[in-house]
Ligand binder design. Sequence first.
Ligand code: ATP
Length: 494
Amino acid sequence: MEPQNPAAESRAAKMIREVFESGRPVSYVRTSEEQRVAAVLRAVRLDGDVLPVWTWSLTEGFASQDGVREPGTGDPRKALDFVVAAQGPAIFHLKDLHEPLRDHPEIRRRLRDVYDACRDRRKFAVITAPVRYLPEEIERSVAFLELRPPDAIELTDFVRRETGVPPEAADRAAVALQGLTIDESRYALRRALAVSPTLEPECLPALYQEKKLLIQRTGFIELIDDAGRLEDIGGLDILKKWLLERRKLFQLRETLAAEIVPKGLLMMGIPGCGKSACVKAIASCFGLPLYRIEMIEIFSGRHGKPEGAFVEACKMMEEMAPAVLWFDEIEMGINSTENAGEQGRMFAFFLTWMQEKTSGLFVAATANRIDLLPAEMIRKGRFDEVFFVDIPSQQEQIEIFKIHLNRRKVDSAGFDFQQLTTFTNGWTGAEIEQCVVSAITRARLADRPVLEHDLISIAAKQVPLSRTMKEQINHIREWAFERAIRASANQSGR
Ligand code: ATP
């Protein structure tokens, strides 16, 4: 099948075309994805022309694009002779030539002849190998390339070639596959086709499952699939309104000036008031997968130097875009207590990365001890907004009670919530949820429906976090007062 849009050029095709256009006749691509390179080479256009592609391997010798073999070219020396002698423009894809290059001086010498024979004749030799082996004498003549994972254009073409589904379904699947290699995508597609042969939206969890396996290998990035909904969060109306507006801008990102495309937000506040729940809701509200970077894992030392692991995580996420990226407890990794050395470099990297990262990543950072974060982190420009999530007001508490009761199918139509909230002064959303769970447990044990009284009697006994941590909470509030905007219009004031 032809590419869906022949004018659209994938990132990989562009990289190879630019190397060819610069006149480099011999390239070395480090990759284990030979088939993918073969597909890209067939798609490369030079001055509008697609060049014929010859493919060589030690076992099969040279074969044309139509699969016709060139007898006697299995020997590497003969293969290079074939390239030297070939007339007319062409691309010669040499699979795993690194082995003969390593072992035979004659092959190294002949590759230099290939260089001269191809130069300025629109003949290009492309070596692919899973490892980098470039003998010193040819290193300077060869363009060394590394393929990044396929982009949306390449993935969409791949999905269309493999499945023949309509463009909309192919686009949808390509977004979900973003960040996987073509081989990994093939496995994921097979899983998805078993769920829906036309790749309808219900196949997406199967695609994400494969991705989850890939991500888990890193040990410090997690794909979160228990996304929540914005409607399941009580209160926080200012934050919700802001998110719905940013969603619109984010979806238009390809057509907007970079400076108005939302980059992300920083949420700080009292533990248990819904920051994590909000991040999960952002992902589903934006219709994107959610990845969490575990700062504690990065600093564990289990993945090499923290700085390297952090940079790798950020780079890897760029390949996963479009996505929401969550830095949980960001102050654990980037803080001002120890700004010299590694922490300082990580912080500097993060600031630059936030400015330059791909527009398809929306960053959601959460922090409990925001006062540990360096001032530059909070300054405008890094994040679009810094929100402070406080203890819910009385009205918000009622909303949260109702959400958790409804979610657990408890009929609360006759409950007097005003009265209930006189017992929940200073409670967090997490404490309200826990109260609901305890009331349900109590009712189940007594084999009867949940009563308003269950909630009240549990509430009357509980000492909320805000009372035991009064001083810390006041400190966070004072700090946030000048530096962040409130996530909710209803101040708890309690
Ligand atoms: P932490 O910093 O301790 O992780 P957090 O601010 O991220 O806390 P969450 O983990 O989001 O808090 O909250 C814990 C649970 O409490 C959530 O899973 C959710 O069920 C409930 N909860 C908290 N706030 C709200 C809210 N505003 N609306 C509905 N549920 C809430």
